[in-house]
Every structure is written in structure tokens, then in C-alpha cells.
Design a protein around this ligand. Structure first.
Ligand code: 5GP
Ligand code: ZN
Length: 141
């Protein structure tokens, strides 16, 4: 897609530090390097976000992630964990609107990377939890 920075990276119009490529995906170092080896895995097909994927594309992209994860682990044996993240839409921190999956190697609790899951369990009664689940369930096609 025109004016898409990740399409330009995939097409080699913009340089990148490539770590893996095949007919379906392109993986390269995130310029921010949140931690050493922070890698983005992107479908070659331009899709904006997760809401644009069909099952085949989702399978194609996720199928590649374990081997890239293992490559990171082998490349950096000091790695002690890996966060896999996919941000969708601006509110959820998406800043490049060509869908991508972040692989963020973790080295220590002090590696300047964090995710905060607030616990709001007390705000929902069991019947409200059931209503929420039912509402979603009805929409899964
Ligand atoms: P998002 O915020 O959309 O989840 O992630 C976008 C990521 O793309 C950011 O972590 C940012 O550092 C990375 N990024 C943005 N522009 C470029 C670029 O030109 N080259 C590379 N390698 N990464 C980029
Ligand atoms: Zn694109």
C-alpha cells in the first residue's frame, strides 16, 4: 500500500535489519529496540490490524512466530522470557497501521519494559461476567 512504511520496508524501499523472510512474512528489528533483539513480524500482505485478518493469514503469520522466538532464544541465551504483543488501533498503542507482532525478549526485571494488567475483578459480579461472556459468544462467527 502506498505511503505505508512497513510495505516500503518489505519492498526494500526503506532499509531494515531483516531477521527472516519468506513468501508470507517479513521480520526485522524494531528501530526502537525496547530490548535487545526486539523484532517485528509483519504479514507481507498489507492489513491494517487484527480485524482485517482472515483465518489463513492469521495462521500464516502465527505459524512463523515460534521459530523466530526460538531463534531469539538461541541468539541471546541470556534471554529469560519473551513478550509477544500486537497493538490494534491508536488507543491500544498502534502507531504503524500495517499490522505487526512485536517479539520483545526479556532479560531482567530491570530491562525497562513493562505491561500493567490492572485487576478489576471486584467490579463484576458472576452474573455480569456471564453476561459479558454471552455477549461476546453471540458474536463469534
Ligand atoms: P506499534 O506502536 O504500532 O505497535 O509499533 C510500531 C513499531 O514500529 C514501533 O515500536 C516503532 O519503533 C517501529 N517503527 C516505526 N517506524 C519504523 C521504521 O522505519 N523501521 C523500523 N525498523 N521500525 C519502525
Ligand atoms: Zn503496508
Amino acid at each position: 500500500m502506498e505511503n505505508c512504511i512497513f510495505c516500503k520496508i518489505i519492498d526494500q524501499e526503506i532499509p531494515s535489519y531483516k531477521v527472516y523472510e519468506d513468501e508470507k512474512v517479513y521480520a526485522f528489528l524494531d528501530i526502537s529496540q525496547a530490548t535487545k533483539g526486539h523484532t517485528l513480524v509483519v504479514p507481507k500482505q498489507h492489513v491494517t490490524d487484527i480485524f482485517d485478518y482472515d483465518e489463513e493469514l492469521a495462521a500464516d503469520v502465527f505459524a512463523r512466530i515460534p521459530k523466530i522466538a526460538r531463534a531469539l532464544e538461541k541468539a541471546f541465551p541470556e534471554m529469560e522470557g519473551l513478550n509477544i504483543l500486537n497493538n490494534n488501533k491508536e488507543l491500544a498503542y498502534q502507531s504503524v497501521f500495517h499490522s505487526h507482532v512485536h517479539l520483545v525478549p526479556r532479560y531482567s526485571k530491570k530491562d525497562d519494559f513493562s505491561i500493567h494488567f490492572g485487576n478489576h475483578a471486584e467490579q463484576q459480579k458472576p452474573e455480569e461476567m456471564q453476561a459479558i461472556a454471552d455477549k461476546i459468544k453471540e458474536q463469534v462467527k
